[in-house]
Design a protein around this ligand. Structure first.
Ligand code: SF4
Ligand code: SF4
Ligand SMILES: [Zn+2]
Length: 482
């Protein structure tokens, strides 16, 4: 056993701040921490120390801070969230929950949803939440409307319109898709209110998977949502929760499905299960980032390799990983590679990430209206922020000129950058993951650098992992206490 660092963490029983160590055993990375009252706790954080350290090296930059803190530093992290002046990172995505209600009762759910409509925030409260985002977040402002299931609100189109009036640049909707698939008129009203992207729960391509978590068939619902979004020119990101003994065997098929629906589908964002909310104390189905990436490599027959996933731009290097790839004739041409090295430029990383979120997830029609070029997006989405010519050479699996590296080169491309840019406009897919933390895996260093913030009804920003953090007895650190 070799110690490679220390961690500030939380006790899974009492949620008090406790210290621990990070150590390596049989090439695996673990956190071990100890509470004076409740004993010691050990959790696995990576299956391979080399990959773990490489991810950290690839992304080590200064970060942009929020425009203004909303709380003081009093009790110390993580008990001062607001954001407090110690927080190291601006918001890249502000999550605004417009209801706790949900029309499903999934086995995994961090939100612990209820069915009480009287608890929904009113329009005035939501307006203040939007205004706080506009005031505190550096431009461009990005919001995800979430829940519960936001489409249970009949006034959701008015909420979206109000967000646009307040000046929010990008509004995406986190949904299970049921109402969108069933109610064309409701969807039309959401679309004309200005929704920019749909963030669609999508755990698999077979109803076997959905039946396990939700007790019902869902793939037709998901397909119908994509069809409707495609017609309306609204981009869709598929969001699979991933767990062992659930759908880890299906991640390759999910990516293949996404590739078959590009450009309507802009990305797949895998969320490994974390033990907060309704399932705070079950551990057996946890999937580390590396296990997920290895499954993707295996199930895409090596077309997307572990090394094609670099740390996501803004979050801590161990919070997520991203691969930007072109899709052509069912094949993939990944444009990112861990071996390309560390990010060179730090000053505008926050702005670039938000623009990247906006650009990648917007629908085609909306993208045509935006000033960004696709080449811009590709550069910004890469790990290394180097010229596009460099990226394509270094990140292509075969180190050949791009046009000869494109799978199925009978695609009509005659070569050159103009063709490449033209193809990439319609054929790119972002595959990403975020390993949300729970009380077992918690590291203060990661939440201090967090950029995904839940906006509370009293207009504070709480890092997403802190907001949902639950003790093994079911007590929340912030949710229900705000
Ligand atoms: S997570 Fe950030 S905002 Fe919350 S207490 Fe820690 S430093 Fe402050
Ligand atoms: S939400 Fe959690 S996993 Fe994501 S960036 Fe924040 S701390 Fe990291
Ligand atoms: Zn304790």
């Amino acid at each position: 056993m070799e110690q490679i660092g220390t961690v500030q963490s939380l006790c899974p029983e009492c949620l008090k701040r406790i210290e621990g160590i990070k150590y390596v055993e049989n090439d695996r990375v673990y956190i071990k921490k100890e509470c004076a009252d409740h004993g010691s706790f050990t959790s696995l954080v990576s299956m391979d120390v080399n990959h773990y350290l490489q991810m950290k090296e690839c992304f080590d930059v200064d970060r942009a801070k929020a425009k203004e803190p909303l709380t003081d530093t009093e009790k110390g992290c993580p008990f001062d969230c607001g954001l407090c002046p110690s927080h190291k990172q601006d918001t890249c995505l502000a999550v605004v929950e417009v209801t706790d209600r949900c029309n499903m009762k999934c086995t995994y759910c961090f939100a612990n949803s209820s069915m009480d409509a009287s608890l929904d925030p009113d329009m005035e409260t939501i307006r203040k939440m939007f205004e706080t985002v506009k005031r505190c977040q550096n431009d461009p402002t990005c919001i995800q409307i979430s829940g519960g299931e936001p489409t249970l609100r009949d006034d959701l189109p008015e909420i979206i319109r109000m967000g646009k009036e307040v000046g929010i640049a990008h509004i995406e909707l986190n949904t299970n898709g049921i109402r969108i698939a069933r109610d064309q008129d409701y969807f039309n009203r959401i679309a004309s209110a200005g929704i920019d992207a749909i963030y669609l729960g999508f755990d698999g391509v077979s109803d076997d998977v959905y039946r396990q978590r939700t007790g019902r068939d869902m793939i037709n619902v998901k397909t119908e949502v994509i069809n409707r979004c495609e017609k309306a020119g609204i981009g869709v990101v598929l969001v699979p929760l991933v767990a062992k003994d659930y759908n880890l065997h299906e991640v390759g098929r999910i990516i293949d499905f996404a590739a078959s629906r590009v450009p309507a589908v802009r990305g797949v964002h895998f969320q490994p299960v974390f033990y907060s909310g309704r399932s705070p104390s079950e551990m057996q189905n946890r999937v580390t980032i590396l296990e997920l990436l290895e499954s993707i490599e295996e199930q895409t027959s090596g077309q997307l390799k572990v090394n094609n996933f670099t740390p996501s731009l803004m979050p801590h290097a161990h919070c997520g990983a991203t691969c930007l790839t072109l899709v052509d004739n069912g094949g993939f041409l990944p444009l990112t590679n861990l071996s390309s090295g560390a990010v060179q430029s730090a000053s505008d990383v926050a702005s670039k990430t938000k623009k990247s979120i906006m650009g990648r997830w917007k629908g085609l029609e909306k993208e045509k209206e935006s000033k960004q070029s696709c080449g811009d997006l590709l550069i910004k989405g890469s790990c290394c922020e180097k010229p596009l010519s460099d990226i394509t050479v270094k990140s292509s699996c075969c180190e050949k000129p791009l046009t000869s590296a494109i799978p199925g080169s009978g695609s009509g491309l005659s070569g050159g950058w103009a063709d490449f840019i033209e193809m990439s406009k319609n054929n790119y897919l972002t595959i990403s993951t975020m390993a949300f933390q729970d009380v077992w895996s918690y590291e203060q260093d990661r939440v201090e650098n967090c950029c995904i913030h839940v906006v509370t009804r009293d207009c504070r920003f709480i890092p997403f992992c802190n907001y949902n953090m639950t003790s093994c007895n079911g007590d929340f650190l912030y949710r229900n206490a705000t």
